[in-house]
Write a protein that binds this ligand. Structure first.
Ligand code: NAD
Length: 271
């Protein structure tokens, strides 16, 4: 990794991720904050971006206009409804984009593919370096072990999380299912409360626990005869997503137009 100074514009600046990104950029010696954007009419506009997140003054004012200077990378963790306009703006100005916003519609996804013909974009639902690697390890393990190893996933998240099981747990299930040439929806089992028979050999149980302040834990079990393999990822700090996104921001500065994901950033083989 080289130490060229990377200029970053953070979109969604006032949000949980936006503030973490601003702090991480300001603490970095190889990145510089050149813009901070949040929604029109929202609180925080006109404030110094550093002070907004408990840091010293940055000299960058939070605005509602996305206008990346030449050479800057846009890092957007905001709202799905805002993605299409932000992508269009980046494409029009030729700015590389790192997109972390989740829940984007299929129309917006089509727009993303279109924009990727003219600018490089890294889009990932989970920018954690550890989870990106775990998905590949899950796929690799499932391929090596074969379908006779029964597979189950357990995930734990804080008490406020609304969806269950987590999107990441389902992506781990998909990584296993794809190694077995199965559609994930055909093999995932999210509840066994009505089950009146033993597990099917091909099913992948995905179970969720909720409580406390856990940032996110994912455990993947492969059960063999007389042995068991477990792959575990434990997140203890939301800053992992910001660190991963900023690693992607550095990586993208030298890439041609295209739609990339975090596995590309880590040079991991696809599956
Ligand atoms: P948040 O609600 O705390 O922050 C969102 C921010 O975006 C708010 O400040 C909001 O005012 C701002 N915003 C809304 N509309 C905007 C617009 N048009 N232009 C600019 N800013 C706008 O949410 P969060 O927890 O920071 O998460 C933000 C997004 O990132 C969500 O989609 C979340 O799912 C996603 N996320 C992704 C990852 C990942 O690794 N990919 C990790 C964590 C969160």
């Amino acid at each position: 990794m080289n130490d060229r100074l990377v200029s970053v514009v953070v979109v969604g600046a006032r949000g949980r991720m936006g503030q973490t990104l601003i702090r991480t950029v300001m603490e970095s010696e190889t990145m510089t904050l050149v813009g901070a954007v949040d929604r029109s009419g929202g609180p925080g506009l006109g404030q110094d971006a550093g002070q907004l997140c408990g840091m010293p003054r940055s000299g960058i004012t939070v605005t509602d206009e996305l206008r990346p200077p030449r050479g800057a990378v846009v890092v957007d963790f905001s709202l799905a409804g805002a993605t299409e306009a932000n992508v269009g703006r980046c494409a029009a100005l030729g700015a590389p984009l790192v997109l972390g916003t989740t829940g984007i519609s299929s129309d917006t996804l089509a727009r993303l593919h279109e924009a990727a013909e003219t600018i490089p974009i890294v889009s990932a639902a989970n920018f954690s370096v550890g989870i990106t690697l775990m998905l590949r390890l899950a796929n690799l393990a499932a391929r090596a072990l074969g379908p006779e190893w029964e597979t189950e996933i357990l995930e734990i998240h804080h008490r406020h999380k609304k969806d269950a099981p987590s999107g990441t747990a389902l992506r781990i299930a998909k990584a296993v299912a794809s190694a077995r040439d199965r559609a994930v929806d055909d093999v995932v089992v999210k509840s066994r409360d009505t089950a009146d028979q033993p597990r099917d050999k091909d099913e992948i149980g995905v179970m969720a626990l909720r409580g406390g302040d856990s940032v996110g834990e994912h455990e993947l079990f492969f059960f063999g005869e007389g042995e068991r393999i477990e792959l575990v990822h434990r997140a203890t700090d939301r800053a992992i997503f910001a660190r991963g996104a900023l690693r992607a921001a550095r990586w993208i500065t030298t890439k041609p137009p295209g739609l990339y994901d975090m596995a590309d950033v880590l040079s991991l083989p696809g599956f």
